[in-house]
Design a binder for this molecule. Structure first.
Ligand SMILES: Nc1nc2c(ncn2[C@@H]2O[C@H](COP(=O)(O)OP(=O)(O)OP(=O)(O)O)[C@@H](O)[C@H]2O)c(=O)[nH]1
Length: 561
């Protein structure tokens, strides 16, 4: 039942109760008025009986006064007392008409009063005719004839009326008490109902206040949710843009450029860095950074120094008490554990780096969420690009020496020749073969042969310029494409290579295997040909000549006639 219905019911009950108590009060009041009227009536009766007695007494006194003193005014006083007694007797008669006993007494009183008047009237006549005879009658007590009966009757009537008065006063007191009780009951009931109404209204008001407070809280929560949702949608949009851009990256450096451009805005208010574990898996290196770090950090550190890398999970964990700190952060991290976050960059469950952020204040839930989401995107993209890099490397590199393979040579030599043709520049091809490699293999073992090939690869990479293309052509044969290099320059470079190979002190499993030499044949564009096949064939033939001529030497192709 709602408040309005309850209040209506309560007011109805209050109305009924107050109406009932008013009716009872009204009736009780009527009764009280009636009782009081009867009390007044008894008082009046007693007063009139007293008036009759007084008039009778005055009649006797004035008669005696007349007879004894002959005072003229005494006659008038007698007449007045006589009249008063008559009037009072008549009044008493009217007043007690409702009461049988008093009614009977009144009849006697009328008779006795009449007798008293006759006795006194006779004495008055005697006084007027013969004062001495009147005096004699007074002295004989004639004036007191019937006075005893009269007085006794008056006493009896007084007593009856006194009893009646007592009863009526008791009834009046009872009426007063009843009325008072009713008044108290009505007042208490009214106060109780009023109190109940007040309690209901107060409870309703309290309920409304609570409802309003919860509505206000809900509105605040809604506003916060909206703000968070706006922030979330903005972060999602930025993350989406970053993911889209990362997808179009073809190299890790491009991915870092995208990350450098998007992370500062996405992780607003923070400073951060993306750091990756190097190929040797022993150092974490800085790939990119932004902002002024709130906590000083190392740019190069061991992977174990980062708890996020160790645990494979963001660190510090959300809401947990931080006891340990990442060792790549300086001591200030201990004083402000909530101000930094390291999120591992991982692929197939293995961490290959971290996204680290730090703030001047505590890192809030939304920044934490965005960091984790950004790290996921970066992980996916970087892992993908690393895989692509690795596949690309596998497809163009020789796994033993790390040099380009023959496939790469066959793809790049035509391109470089075209470019040389366009630029009208020179280009030379060196074919290099290790001397008596079979013998080396046979005497030192195949593994030692592999080690030698790897060392030759290292030396060739060292002596080559950055623009040179150094390939393992196959077996123990190597090819160097020297850009912008004419025949003379190529002869010089070839000699330099030969000496470098000859200088290798070959060792395998800490065992020195002696020296090794190589033979080199070279051909140049334009003098020896203008197609890759021509240049390779002529360089190969020059190599054959070098072998034939005793090995450990450089031979140039014969000029085309
Ligand atoms: N260990 C090792 N040996 C290889 C590899 N590829 C080719 N060989 C060996 O290289 C040797 C090449 O020998 P040959 O071409 O006959 O000539 P050579 O012994 O180098 O002698 P010359 O070229 O005449 O000086 C062969 O025994 C091959 O088995 C490789 O990847 N590793």
């Amino acid at each position: 039942m709602d408040l309005r219905a309850r209040l209506a019911l309560l007011f109805l009950a209050a109305g009924l109760l107050l109406g009932l108590s008013n009716v009872l009060l009204y009736r009780s009041n009527d009764r009280l008025v009636e009782d009081m009227r009867w009390v007044m009536h008894s008082h009046l009766v007693r007063k009139e009986i007293g008036a009759v007695e007084l008039a009778a007494h005055d009649m006797s006194a004035s008669m005696r006064d007349l007879v004894l003193t002959r005072r003229e005014n005494a006659v008038n006083e007698y007449v007045d007392a006589r009249e008063r007694m008559h009037v009072s007797v008549e009044r008493v008669k009217q007043l007690v008409a409702d009461h049988r006993a008093q009614g009977d007494n009144v009849q006697k009183l009328i008779a006795l009063a009449a007798t008293r008047r006759e006795t006194m009237d006779r004495l008055l006549h005697t006084q007027q005719r013969d004062p001495a005879a009147a005096l004699s009658l007074i002295n004989q007590g004639s004036d007191r004839e019937g006075i005893a009966d009269f007085t006794a009757l008056i006493q009896a009537m007084h007593e009856i009326e006194g009893n009646l008065l007592g009863e009526r006063e008791s009834a009046t007191r009872a009426s007063v008490a009843r009325t008072q009780l009713l008044l108290v009951v009505a007042a208490v009931t009214a106060i109780a109902l009023l109190g109940l109404c007040l309690i209901l209204v107060w409870r309703e008001q309290r309920r409304r206040q609570i409802t309003e407070a919860s509505l206000r809280e809900a509105a605040i929560a809604l506003e916060a949710a909206l703000t968070e949702s706006r922030g979330l949608s903005s972060a999602l949009r930025q993350l989406g843009e970053m993911a889209e851009m990362l997808q179009s990256c073809q190299s890790i450096s491009e991915a870092y450029a995208v990350a450098r451009a998007t992370l500062p805005a996405l992780l607003g208010g923070s400073a951060g860095t993306v750091q990756t574990i190097n190929a040797s898996q022993n150092l974490v290196e800085t790939a990119l950074e932004w902002g002024e770090p709130a906590i000083a950090r190392e740019t190069l550190f061991a992977p174990e120094a980062c708890l996020a890398i160790r645990r494979g999970q963001p660190y510090p964990p959300a809401g947990a008490q931080v006891v340990l700190h990442c060792q790549h952060l300086h001591d200030s991290a201990a004083a402000s554990p909530a101000q930094y976050l390291c999120v591992p960059l991982s692929a197939q469950g293995a961490a290959f780096g971290i996204l680290h952020v730090s703030c001047a204040g505590p890192i809030d839930a939304s920044l934490r969420r965005d960091c984790i989401a950004a790290a996921e995107q970066l992980s996916l993209s970087l892992a993908n690009l690393r895989l692509q890099d690795s596949l690309r490397t596998q497809s163009i590199r020789d796994p033993l020496t790390g040099l380009f393979n023959r496939r790469y040579l066959e793809a790049s030599l035509p391109r470089e020749l075209q470019r040389a043709e366009r630029r009208q520049s020179d280009l030379s091809v060196l074919m290099l073969d290790i001397d008596h490699f079979k013998r080396f293999n046979d005497t030192q073992g195949h593994d030692a042969g592999d080690a030698l090939l790897a060392q030759v690869g290292v030396v060739l990479a060292q002596v080559a310029r950055s623009e040179d293309i150094v390939c393992r052509y196959g077996g123990e044969e190597f090819t160097l494409v020297l850009l912008d290099t004419d025949l003379d320059q190529a002869l010089g470079r070839a000699e330099q290579v030969r000496r470098a190979i000859a200088a290798i002190d070959v060792s395998h499993r800490r065992v020195h295997l002696g020296r090794v030499t190589c033979s080199i044949g070279l051909a140049s564009y334009p003098p020896h040909g203008n197609t890759p096949a021509d240049l390779i064939a002529r360089a190969d033939r020059a190599l054959y000549l070098a072998k034939e001529s005793g090995r450990d030497r450089v031979e140039a192709a014969r000029a085309v006639v």
